[in-house]
Design a protein around this ligand. Sequence first.
Ligand SMILES: C[S@@+](CC[C@H](N)C(=O)[O-])C[C@H]1O[C@@H](n2cnc3c(N)ncnc32)[C@H](O)[C@@H]1O
Length: 222
Amino acid sequence: MMYDMLRDPKEFWEDFYEDRSKEIPFFQIEGPDENLVHYFEQTIAPKKVLELGWGPGRNAIYMAKQGCKVDAIDISENAIEWANERALKEGVSVNFHCRSIFDIDVEPATYDFIYDCGLFHHLAPHRRLSHIEMIKKALKKDGFFGIVCFNKTGASDTSDWDIYKKGSLNGGIGYSEERLKDILNKDFIIHEFRTMRKIHQPNSIFGEDFLWTSLMTMRDDA
Ligand SMILES: C[S@@+](CC[C@H](N)C(=O)[O-])C[C@H]1O[C@@H](n2cnc3c(N)ncnc32)[C@H](O)[C@@H]1O
């Protein structure tokens, strides 16, 4: 498969989480994304949530603490182990499923909110469409979709053509505002699109300005 030629996602992510002491911003910080907290405080009050690529569980745990019923999908066993430990410590319950998002069969129109922090920019170009189709299927008609994704400071803005030419996703794709909006605009109405606020640590929330954040709803004709 073309995707596997670029990078085997399971192997890559198991390896990535092998050493928890690595200098990765979201390894050291247990708090949720600043934009997610802002959505909950200002705009959304979801009951049923789906998180795609939860990693060590920062955002899933936060949403469970807000009273949401959270289903979370991640491909890595090492991530699930870590996230379960954190959820246990925090005394919350999250339905962590260890699967690839491309191997799940979602129930249609189930979720009030779907959140992807940091997964989309690691997807090979030809996977974007199925990712978005799955989100559209799983989201309730008036549900919200939130995304956090590398901007051009977070990673290089490699073109789709160059990714296949080099056979590598490198450390992910750093999207320009125009490129990301072009992809999202087709199916979603963008209510908020901005750079994540840099939050100086220690703090109870996470924020890095090399990331885009956006909150959307589905278009009627999507
Ligand atoms: C950059 S990490 C973000 C982790 C987490 N959202 C956070 O911000 O703390 C991306 C996550 O996506 C997961 N992932 C990558 N490809 C996946 C796939 N095809 N299906 C499910 N999860 C995947 C990885 O295991 C990893 O935990």
